[in-house]
Design a protein around this ligand. Sequence first.
Ligand code: SF4
Length: 344
Amino acid sequence: MAITNLEELSGIIELRDNERRWKEDGANTLPLLISDDIAALLSKEEIRRQFVPTEEENNDTVGSLDPQKEGEYKQTDRLIHRYRNRAAFFTTDRCFAYCRHCFRRRLAGHLVGPATEDEIRKAAEYIASRSEIREVLLTGGDLFTLSDSHLDMLLSIFKENCPDVILRLCTRAVAVNPGRFTPALIEIIKKHNHHAPFFLMTQFNHPAELTEKAINAVSMFIDNGIPTFNQSVLLKGVNDNEKTLIELSDRLLMARIKPYYLFQDDPIKGTAHLRVGIERGLEIEKNIRTALSGLGMPQYTADLPDGGGKVILTYSYYKGSVIENGKERYIFETPEGEIRYYPE
Ligand code: SF4
């Protein structure tokens, strides 16, 4: 049985003072919900920090609930078209467990429920009318909280209306509720996996989340031809050290998952205590790059406020240029800190 309140939670872990003082105070608070699979991992501090709420959430007065101003890019009830070539559809507000760092905490868990057939159809028709949209993120909430029949209906409508648009299946469920992925569910996905491909977009933030059950759930997609990419969030006390991120990347690759993004945690109100400074983030990015192959290296990325879009945050190895004997040479620093000159 999933945990939905502090009393139930205190039955499985001894609550600390700052956890006991957390208050669910109004419409903008992310509810407490911890799945069985995550409850089994709560003895690990890095998991506890991601799922057990604390009073720091209530006390955070900095930031906003929608720093990217997604609401301003709304085209239909649940469709955001912020980037020219892609759009995001909010399939539901429900998740199997609520992550305390959630960047959609203004939506997640606020009992709006799954998108209706009419909402899905209107979004799909809008996408079909905009040929510049090449990809749609089926997001939320978590897409896989939908029932099999609801998911089947949603995918049917998108595939009928916009068969050439790539659909990204965005989910944390493989980590927090891997038992959701049954052969029957995979059959539904397979049935719709024609024309433009699906891509599975997971969120694993710590190696401990890659349990055998989670890896098996992801394998069901990969074995059926669905490429899988992981989007982690850089979180204080969870993965803000080189050792953990290197291990996470190694384990993702061994599970055939490409580490794709390492997101700077957005300035969302209620999450300041989990945010890592960009200076430290850049230092981590530089250090893990020397230890990981290109395949294992995620892109450290920030989503700029006010709809500014994503930018890659990376140490600059390019140090300028010099003119010697009338010819320009570029100056680079090697990852080991030495200087090399590159001919024009
Ligand atoms: S699964 Fe995604 S939408 Fe749900 S709480 Fe976690 S980050 Fe937010």
